[in-house]
Design a protein around this ligand. Structure first.
Ligand code: EPS
Length: 395
């Protein structure tokens, strides 16, 4: 069964970021305002740099939607790079007669620069850094918004928050059973994406200190998805395993160096009885009173909230640059410096929500199919009724 597929295009200082999303069933209400809300959330964050004062990310829906509803055809979304105006002719697609680009020849440690210059046989790191820039995630967030709208039709919601920034935070004490444990309104009004105002205060202090010292920061964000029935994903083949797919989806976000599901790495040091979630006879259905598995068992949803976590390394562009090599003459110099963010973990968590939403929406479409949203909803409802009849789960 076919799910969702998407492709993004766009260079950071090129004319626009674009995304084509294929596989969305017909009849889904899509409006630019809800996509713009997510785009705006992605732009925010206490450690963001000057670029975010320039951009006003707004989507233009170019295809696949008519009179506010999807047609079942590929959805094409475009977001303008306002900064492009200041980057002509350097980043214009057209050949610039009589003009020579000033090459970036000093790769930044931790960025794609050096390996990308090797891969594409180029002497100008700008050929690499423009696309490897996290600006690309604009297209994913736009596509993720559409996936969220689709998931809402089948009762699934996806939200994320920042657990820690530069080692500050690491909120503990969440059971993982109920999304209401987290104050999502507080998360959304927090510039650090953190639900705890005392922790947020500490995070901001750290960002201020790093801005002054020319340092950068990473952190950990967590994404929750709830309302999923059990049995989405699969164990029969490698590619069906939803835990692996979600790890790949989060691991494919720029700067992510580690991904956990549920207890994650902590489970490896504990006893089986401390890790697995016992099953109990609840009121008409089997229930769990813990959610250490993070909603996934055997590569499938188990009906509990999905909880995935990603670790983001510090931004590689440092205002206090590390040592590097100028590839023009092989001399050791300071790495290339350009305007950047001190940290972007709150933004990465919005990208994480988008990637999780895209993966889950795809898994739903693969399992339940449907050319229209109505058909998808009916198939999900019939399946969920059967689970309830058998006492396996209830919504
Ligand atoms: C980025 C560098 C900065 C970031 C950018 C990612 O952009 P600029 O070089 O134009 O100042 O702000 O992120 C975005 C533009 C964005 O929209 O997220 C990098 O080098 O990866």
């Amino acid at each position: 069964m076919r799910g969702l597929r998407f492709v993004t295009a766009g260079e950071s200082h090129g004319p626009a970021e674009v995304c084509v999303l294929e596989g969305v069933p017909a009849g889904l209400r899509v409006d630019a305002a809800s996509i713009d809300r997510d785009l705006a959330r992605r732009q925010r964050g206490y450690g963001r740099g000057g670029r975010m004062d320039i951009e006003r990310d707004r989507v233009q829906i170019l295809a696949g939607v008519r009179l506010g509803r999807t047609l079942g055809t590929p959805v094409c979304l475009r977001v303008e790079n306002r900064d492009h105006a200041s980057w002509r002719p350097s980043m214009q697609p057209e050949f610039a007669e009589g003009w020579t680009a000033e090459a970036v020849t000093v790769p930044r440690p931790g960025h794609a620069d050096l390996a990308g210059m090797a891969k594409y046989d180029t002497e100008d790191a700008r050929d690499v850094l423009e696309r490897s820039s996290a600006r690309e995630t604009v297209g994913r967030v736009a596509a993720g918004s559409v996936a969220r709208l689709l998931l809402a039709e089948v009762g699934v919601e996806v939200r994320g928050f920042v657990r820690s920034l530069g080692g500050v935070g690491l909120l503990t004490g969440l059971s993982g059973l109920d999304p209401a444990e987290i104050d999502w309104a507080a998360v959304d009004s927090s510039e650090c994406g953190c639900p705890d105002s005392a922790v947020e205060e500490e995070m901001r202090g750290l960002v201020d200190a790093c801005r002054t010292s020319g340092e950068s920061l990473g952190g950990v964000f967590e994404v929750w998805a709830w309302g999923m029935c059990p049995g989405v994903g699969g164990f029969a083949s490698v590619g069906e395993r939803l835990d692996g797919r979600l790890m790949g989806a989060l691991g494919g976000i720029p700067a992510i160096k580690g991904v956990e599901v549920g207890m994650g790495f902590a489970a490896a040091g504990l006893l089986g009885s401390e890790v697995h979630d016992p099953l109990h006879a609840g009121d008409g259905a089997v229930v769990r009173r813990t959610n250490r598995a993070g909603g996934l068992e055997g590569g499938m949803t188990n009906g509990m909230p999905i909880i995935v976590r990603a670790a983001m390394k510090p931004i590689p562009t440092l205002m206090k640059p590390l040592a590097s090599v100028d590839l023009r003459d092989g001399s050791e110099v300071s790495a290339h410096k350009e305007r950047s963010d001190v940290e972007a973990v709150a933004a990465a968590r919005v990208v994480g929500e988008a990637m999780v939403a895209l993966e889950l929406a795809s898994a739903y479409l693969e399992k339940f199919g449907g050319d229209t949203v109505g058909q998808l909803r009916a198939a999900v409802r019939a399946y969920e009724e059967r689970l309830e009849e058998r006492g396996l789960w209830h919504r």
